[in-house]
Write a protein that binds this ligand. Sequence first.
Ligand code: PSU
Ligand code: MN
Length: 304
Amino acid sequence: MVSGIVCVSEEVAQAVEEGAPVVALESTIIAHGFPYPANLSCAFRSEQAARDAGAVPATIAVIDGVVRVGLTRDEIERLASDPKVEKASTRDLGTLVAFKLTGATTVAATMAVAARAGIRIFATGGIGGVHRGAQISMDVSADLEELARTRVAVVCAGAKSVLDIGATLERLETYGVPVLGYRTDEFPAFYARTSGFPVSARVEDAAAVARVLRVRDELGLAGGEVVANPIDPAFEIPAQTVEAVVAQALAEADNAGISGKAITPFLLRRIHELTGGASERANLELVLSNVRLAARIAVAYHAR
Ligand code: PSU
Ligand code: MN
């Protein structure tokens, strides 16, 4: 227990205490990122991938009003199968705990909790960002605000092209968040390896990322880092294919009047439905690849 309302599993608490490698994992991806039972398999395989690469996985969620870092199998099953589980961003943490509710944490909320528990590295699929049309809707994910203030590195496959990727990168630059391209000069677009936009720096291995994190710690810089890891070419879906599907999903969301926190889950679900198995497979593989990289970064970061 970090406090009466944050419960860290024994395994994670011991690893943090010893300065051993730990990788935080989010739970919105479980509750709202994949259909059941693919979500369950993604969650369990992610935890195993972290272990296989030498790090302790710390999946984060709010369960019946308790902020949990490191979940049991039953808790993960519940997040995967209970449709009533809410999507929880940073703003929701207070109410979920105060009112004893259950929520699956987004990148933003997971970062906030990970930092509180002393975890420096986090793996996910894709980050939220500036939505297309944000000039009017002002829909910008709280993930970017959290990256601006919370010192946790987020290993991801970039951002989905449902977002305005150029504007997302501009906002990260404004916030002083480095975007480190893992063996790439271009920011990846989730299913596709390229987006046409440059990263702020290229890194060749996990040790280089760990060095950057340590320097940023030492300089006392606020905020996190984005580590952008392009999807394996074997699972990549061509940008034009994705674009057509995204355009259709966005039009449907618009027609159905869907907005706010519901838009991302809606778009993810429609993209999965419209591309059949391909996008689900790609999504799973890129998550696992991100977890493996995050674990290697954690191992390098904690080796002193
Ligand atoms: N992007 C994905 N898969 C996801 C998400 C984003 O490719 O599952 C989830 C993450 O939890 C992310 C959240 O933090 O959506 C962003 O939601 P919003 O745009 O409402 O902030
Ligand atoms: Mn939003």
